[in-house]
Design a protein around this ligand. Structure first.
Ligand code: DX5
Ligand code: ZN
Length: 214
């Protein structure tokens, strides 16, 4: 079953709780929370205080995507704020095994994200510890960007790598440029968790928008 995770990066920041409740009622499975620090990526969004503020608006899984330098410094605060799963970028973690361990010791499933140009080999010594791999299908930082088509080959290679290692139950998440056109392509290539920001939040009919991705 495909998991649809609307990204609140494209939501109405002046009424974030209401928008989260709206997509919950429109059939979203997870809420994807894009945390950006203006250093690792050229955009600045929100931190644990905002996550805590929207927590009461939905019981859906808070899927926190940390696009920040030194994510280990904020993992406890995001756990406290109500994160249900946390994904960190391999590119921001020289001590990735230790950071993944921090997330798991906090009792949360851990994900590792790779930017479009980061090879799958970055996962070789950590993938067995993970619940999810996130393949960025745009360069991180902004919503509404164009899907990078080379991602499809990388996605197929990842699915094959996981199957070879007996990890076919692992979640593969894609993030960036996912819409009614690219959704069937990424599902076919092996993704089972689809993040969509602009494809959902710019639509009046969120229920139809979410359904169009399944
Ligand atoms: C980009 C974020 C994505 C983004 C997706 O850095 O990680 O989650 O919000 O936005 P769309 O779906 O509009 O490409
Ligand atoms: Zn994201």
């Amino acid at each position: 079953m495909t998991i649809i995770a609307p990204s609140i990066l494209s939501a109405n920041f002046a009424a974030l709780g209401e928008d989260v409740k709206d997509v919950d009622q429109a059939g979203a499975d997870w809420i994807h929370i894009d945390v950006m620090d203006g250093h690792y990526v050229p955009n600045l969004t929100f931190g644990p205080l905002v996550v805590g503020a929207i927590r009461p608006y939905t019981k859906l899984t808070f899927d926190v995507h940390l696009m920040i330098e030194r994510p280990e410094n904020l993992i406890p605060a995001f756990v406290e704020a109500g994160a249900d799963r946390i994904t960190v970028h391999a590119e921001t973690c020289p001590h990735l095994h230790r950071v993944v361990g921090m997330i798991k010791e906090a009792g949360l499933p851990a994900g590792v994200a790779l930017n479009p140009s980061t090879p799958l080999s970055a996962l070789d010594c950590i993938v067995d510890e993970l619940d999810m791999v996130l393949l960025m299908t745009v360069n991180p930082g902004f919503g509404g960007q164009k899907f990078i088509t080379q991602s499809l080959a990388k996605l197929k290679a990842l699915r094959a790598m996981l199957d070879t290692r007996g990890l076919n139950g692992m979640n593969i998440q894609v993030d960036g440029g996912i819409n009614a056109v690219t959704a069937p392509l990424v599902r076919e290539a092996g993704a089972n968790v689809l993040v969509a920001g602009s494809a959902v939040f710019t639509e009046q009919d969120r229920r139809a928008a979410i359904a169009s991705l399944r």
